[in-house]
Design a protein around this ligand. Structure first.
Ligand code: HEC
Length: 126
């Protein structure tokens, strides 16, 4: 009886830990390989730019959180930051801008280049 409980506990622990490992791996794929397969032209807002902002910015800049009176939840909100220079200034961490994402690793060069190219291509809602 006791042995069976122990076995079940071990099985449960294994299931939980492999599940956690798998999800960690999945969550961090962009951070582990942030330059992988990123396009360098014809950047799409929905496919290329927004997923980066969702994973790295929205936890602090959703409409409900709104740090610094900045939201990065919708195209229109992000477009304002693209036009006024704050998006690229903050992620490139240029002097005179607040360095973003606050408290975590800088975006990769490939991600920054991707967002910069999206802006120079007209920051389209594509
Ligand atoms: C951990 C929370 C956090 C994360 C993640 C984060 N920010 Fe911020 N952000 C802040 C806070 C807090 C402020 C206000 C800072 C201040 O006023 O000193 C801010 C301010 C800003 C500003 C306004 C800067 C200015 O000069 O007015 C911009 C633009 C910005 N963030 C963009 C981003 C972008 C883009 C990302 C993702 C790449 C990001 N943030 C990720 C917390 C965060």
């Amino acid at each position: 009886m006791e042995l069976r409980i122990t076995k079940n506990l071990i099985a449960l622990a294994l299931m939980v830990s492999t599940g956690l490992l798998a999800s960690c791996y999945y969550d961090n794929e962009q951070e582990l390989y942030p330059g992988n397969n990123l396009p360098t032209s014809n950047i799409s807002f929905s496919k290329d730019v927004n997923p980066i902002l969702v994973s790295r910015c929205i936890s602090c800049h959703a409409a409900a959180v709104f740090f610094g009176n900045i939201a990065t939840e919708t195209y229109d909100q992000i477009k304002v930051l693209a036009d006024n220079g704050k998006l690229i200034g903050s992620i490139r961490q240029d002097s005179g801008f607040k360095a973003m994402p606050q408290g975590s690793a800088k975006l990769s060069d490939a991600q920054i280049n991707l967002i910069n190219t999206w802006i120079t291509e007209g920051s389209k809602n594509n």
